[in-house]
Design a protein around this ligand. Structure first.
Ligand SMILES: Cc1cc2nc3c(=O)[nH]c(=O)nc-3n(C[C@H](O)[C@H](O)[C@H](O)COP(=O)(O)O)c2cc1C
Length: 178
């Protein structure tokens, strides 16, 4: 691949710890891929309380069988808690839920403080204002670098609140004007 002026672009050198410039370029380039945002939520079977994390790595994987996937950093303190629940409930966030996203992304926070929610059929939390919910059971976890790719089987799903999506792009939030 060549740049328009005929010079070959500088290749991204292998990612190594401390490769700060390359990591900044990785973030800058990949940040140009606009995504939606989900809340991966569940009820901690130990305390019985809802918890969750914000994720933009969510995607559908397979229709038959119905599978979805998302990636979780090894550093997440919430994932080990969600992982011990029988099911997790993926909430697709709407454009009025930026505060929900920020709250779920905050480390150590009371994740559901002030949030109102109801229960999906298997008991997972459906946050008020979410566009849709997908209850699933974790089937596979694949370690991939500093993240784990979680593949989950869809048990039940439905639309919820009719609104525009929350869009994440270049580190900021926006809406969809389609
Ligand atoms: C817009 C957005 C998208 C995010 N996407 C992911 C993601 O796909 N995977 C991930 O592990 N963390 C993601 N995070 C970070 C987590 O929401 C959260 O900050 C992280 O899990 C640390 O919190 P914890 O220790 O409570 O898990 C995202 C954060 C934001 C704000």
């Amino acid at each position: 691949m060549h740049s328009p002026n005929g010079n070959a672009p500088t290749p991204l050198s292998p990612v190594a710890s401390g490769a700060t410039a390359d990591q900044a370029r990785f973030r800058s380039v990949l940040g140009r891929f606009a995504t939606g945002v989900v809340a991966v939520a569940g009820i901690d079977p130990v305390g019985g309380l809802p918890t969750g994390l914000a994720a933009n790595s969510f995607t559908s994987v397979s229709l038959d069988p119905p599978l979805v996937a998302f990636c979780v950093a090894h550093t997440s303190s919430t994932w080990p808690v969600l992982r011990r629940a029988e099911t997790v409930c993926v909430n697709i966030l709407g454009q009025r839920q930026e505060h929900v996203c920020r709250q779920l992304a905050a480390k150590g926070a009371a994740k559901f403080a002030g949030l109102t929610w109801s229960s999906a059929p298997s008991g997972g939390p459906v946050i008020d204002g979410a566009l849709a919910w997908i209850e699933c059971a974790v089937e596979q976890e694949h370690v991939a670098g500093d993240h784990v790719i979680v593949v989950a089987r869809v048990l039940d799903l439905d639309v919820h609140h009719d609104d525009e999506p929350l869009v994440f792009y270049r580190g900021g939030y926006g809406g969809f004007d389609g």
